[in-house]
Design a protein around this ligand. Structure first.
Ligand SMILES: O=C(O)[C@H](O)[C@@H](O)[C@H](O)[C@H](O)COP(=O)(O)O
Length: 229
């Protein structure tokens, strides 16, 4: 794992947006298209706004989420809305957004239709950007959930998850899908996130802190980008 510290989140967002845009451009040059998988939550919002202004061939980029809360697009917790309103804007308005949320009432049972949607994305994922919760969850691989072992070991593309410490049913890419990436970034802001990362790095039990399965593996390149504030 590589760890890159920035002086401020503004600095981080600027550099990180350039870096991601460069990787997407290189993938387009090589394969004629690129895939970008992003996370929801609060941290990525200003980064999305920066990235949306990058001058690349967005019409050749497919974007989806690492996880989604199973709520409608007009719900304040919708990651889809966050991405549509902040990333698929400006120059990036030409990108294709692949929805993780389908019309099924529950995430449980919706996995096959989500998997069908994800066929529109090219794997391996060119750039995967993850966040991390205070409990060490990443994507929606929540240590508190009954589905954690399944999320860590399943051969499927995605799984439905019901966290007990956070609201809403979720749909999450499985660990296997997340690791099927050319480059993973973990985007963290704040001292408390750094303390959680340090705790994750110091221990071994993956089901206790699922982020360990990302930052403590050596097969897929992973870089943590961090600013204190
Ligand atoms: O939909 C989600 O909740 C996520 O994708 C989740 O894994 C998120 O990245 C972390 O919970 C960090 O969230 P913050 O950026 O809000 O701290």
């Amino acid at each position: 794992m590589q760890f890159t510290e920035f002086n401020s989140s503004n600095d981080l967002n600027e550099n990180f947006a350039e870096r991601v845009a460069g990787l997407l451009s290189a993938a387009i040059e090589k394969n004629g298209r690129a895939s970008l998988v992003v996370s929801g939550g609060r941290t990525p919002l200003p980064f999305f706004q920066k990235l949306s202004q990058a001058d690349i061939a967005w019409n050749k980029v497919a974007i989806t989420l690492a996880d989604e809360r199973w709520v409608d697009k007009n719900h304040e917790a919708s990651n889809t809305a966050l991405v549509l309103n902040n990333l698929i804007q400006n120059k990036a308005a030409d990108a294709t957004f692949v929805e993780l949320k389908t019309s099924e009432e529950s995430a449980f049972g919706a996995e096959p239709s989500v998997e069908a949607n994800l066929q529109k994305l090219s794997f391996p994922i060119d750039v995967l950007i993850l966040g991390m919760g205070e409990d060490g969850h990443t994507a929606s691989l929540f240590p508190c959930s009954e589905q954690i072992q399944q999320g860590l070991t399943s051969e499927e593309v995605c799984i439905a998850v019901q966290p007990t410490t956070a609201p809403h049913e979720r749909m999450s890419l499985t660990l296997k899908s997340l690791l099927n990436s050319q480059q993973i970034f973990v985007h963290l802001v704040g001292e408390s996130k750094k303390a959680v990362l340090d705790k994750a790095l110091a221990g071994e039990q993956v089901s206790e802190m699922p982020i360990r399965a990302i930052v403590k593996q050596n097969n897929t390149p992973v870089e943590v980008v961090w600013a204190a504030k």
